[in-house]
Design a protein around this ligand. Sequence first.
Ligand SMILES: Cc1cc2nc3c(=O)[nH]c(=O)nc-3n(C[C@H](O)[C@H](O)[C@H](O)COP(=O)(O)O)c2cc1C
Length: 394
Amino acid sequence: MKKLTDEVTFRHGATISTRTAQSPMLTNSGLDEKVTQDTIDYYNVRSQSAGMVIVEYTSVSKNGGPSRSWAPNREQLAIYNDDFIPGLKKIADGLKKDGNKAILQLVHSGREAQYRITLGGRAEVPSKIDFPWIDYPLHELTEDEVWDIVKDFGAATKRAIASGFDGIEIHGANHYLHQEFFSAFSNIRTDFWGGSLEKRMNFAIEVAREVFKVVKENAPKDFIVGYRISPEEIHGDNVGYTWHESQQLVKKLTELFAFDYVHLSTNDYTATPADSDKNYAELLGESVQKPTLLMIAGGIHTVEKMEDALKYVDIVSLGRPTLIDPQIAYKLKTGQADKILLEFNEESVKGSHLTPGLIELLSNTDYFAMPGIEYLKTLTDIKLDDVVTHDGTK
Ligand SMILES: Cc1cc2nc3c(=O)[nH]c(=O)nc-3n(C[C@H](O)[C@H](O)[C@H](O)COP(=O)(O)O)c2cc1C
């Protein structure tokens, strides 16, 4: 039987200390898309949060971000040239100091890169469609421009290796460019990049091909490569894809390439689709080709749920819990599971080094509902300097 405290060895040889990962989460702490001291402090205290920490999504192309919600000094990070390497290296060094693994999530935000427009760039899409909720111009990518983005994923991977990360995760979930290409709702192209289910998979396949080529040429043998996917894209009558199609994508990706893991992005790890009694982890797990491992994020917020989720996956991915307690893996490993902090309060907030941008985001939207969020709301007006410091002492 799988235990949370088991070590896990990926197919390329990297071993993580527990069956836990920290889910990628934006810290809203970049300045000019570069890492700031707030970013470094936040990751520095997370070196024991999980067997591997997946660092927030980072843009591989200049027009691949930032997305709309970020104010100028609370930005999404990027890795589209070598100037970004020194800052990112500080994140990787901080995360690795206790022997856990640091993974960088790579993204092109596609139509979500609205903030780039205000910086003089553009939001790029597979198909220029009149999406009712979008009120800014979209640029439909030419065939060659798509190939450029494929290359950008390779170049970003090379920079992630140079920055000292132990692996990268391709962000294929949450409505960004990868998902937009896979979605029949967002991709109505008729060239190599769209037109049939097979062709809608081509962007994911070609990015993976490029990434694995770069990894083979530049990375240590045990470098970790993962792929994140949202199991379905269904919004009322708008069906981008169903789990049946996701099954085919993960099957194809893990047949063609030696992915170390596939990472399911959900809001509830027990959720089932409309037409099956099995949950998404069970369904996609049937298609992921071994020895690629499976992990899932979504509502795994107690130790009991972590143990329960291991019935379906190899590794549990913890998002919001690691915002509250950055020492989850350490506490599991040292027999202190009962000491894991499960809600925001004075004690947990002091140790968690949330960035000002995260405190603001979490306190201002009900979407991220978390235990003790009322306490966080009391911080917004703002004793922030008392809570998130730059010297790591408070
Ligand atoms: C503040 C915040 C930022 C997030 N940023 C990212 C991100 O950069 N990339 C990503 O794939 N998912 C992102 N997510 C989704 C999480 O990775 C995770 O899937 C989600 O929070 C569900 O897991 P949880 O219930 O354990 O929090 C974010 C979630 C939160 C709460």
